[in-house]
Design a protein around this ligand. Sequence first.
Ligand SMILES: [Zn+2]
Length: 252
Amino acid sequence: MSKVLREVTDELRRMFDSARSIVVLTGAGVSAESGVPTFRGGGGSEMWSWRGRPITELSSAELLATDPALVWEWFDYRRGLLKELTPNPGHFALAEWERRFESFALVTQNIDDLHRVAGSMNLFELHGNIWRARCLRCASTFEARETPLESAPACFVCGGASRPDVVLFGEMLPEGVFERAEEAASRADIFFVIGTSAVVYPAASLPILAKQTGAKIIEVNPEQTDISFLADVTVLGLAGEILPQFISGRAH
Ligand SMILES: [Zn+2]
């Protein structure tokens, strides 16, 4: 069983300070603190359906194959919800952590781009990015920030039709990204699990891999989760309150 804390203690801060390589996995909880609706599990703003269709159908490879325009409409609706949202103190703390460590990687299941807006750079987006499109013909990816969309963005390379560059239900993770995340996890001194119970595979395998290769696992979640059994330390609280405590009150 993990040690359960409600704030970052001096002992925990010392462990953090002495690490050389940090890897962080974030999930929907971190986004939810900025007001991003969650679609699977937890949060007061959870959504299950839109226009009478279940989310799992709207965000599916199957619907993309039969009605790509509707998939774009759905994601454009979500882009509209995200447009005005800004990073929270948890996002900003992670960007600050990156500047303090020799080796730092941020692996996220979130597609909202808020980590990048906050300044994170070494970012592995396991589920893609809602502000990017991918060409269905030549597979080029490109930024597509216009919202509301008048029509699906055309590929800037070949003019072909595009799709949102996000991982849909029934699809594999983007090639290469997960392998690089695994590589980082296997070299981590500390692996953080933040705002997610990390039970969805394959992301769930990252903390297990990190643990097997000698990392300490620190969980930051409002409540204990299925990952708590694996964690060395569980800090109960919001990311926006807990993460800044790791670096508070100290000079650079
Ligand atoms: Zn193209």
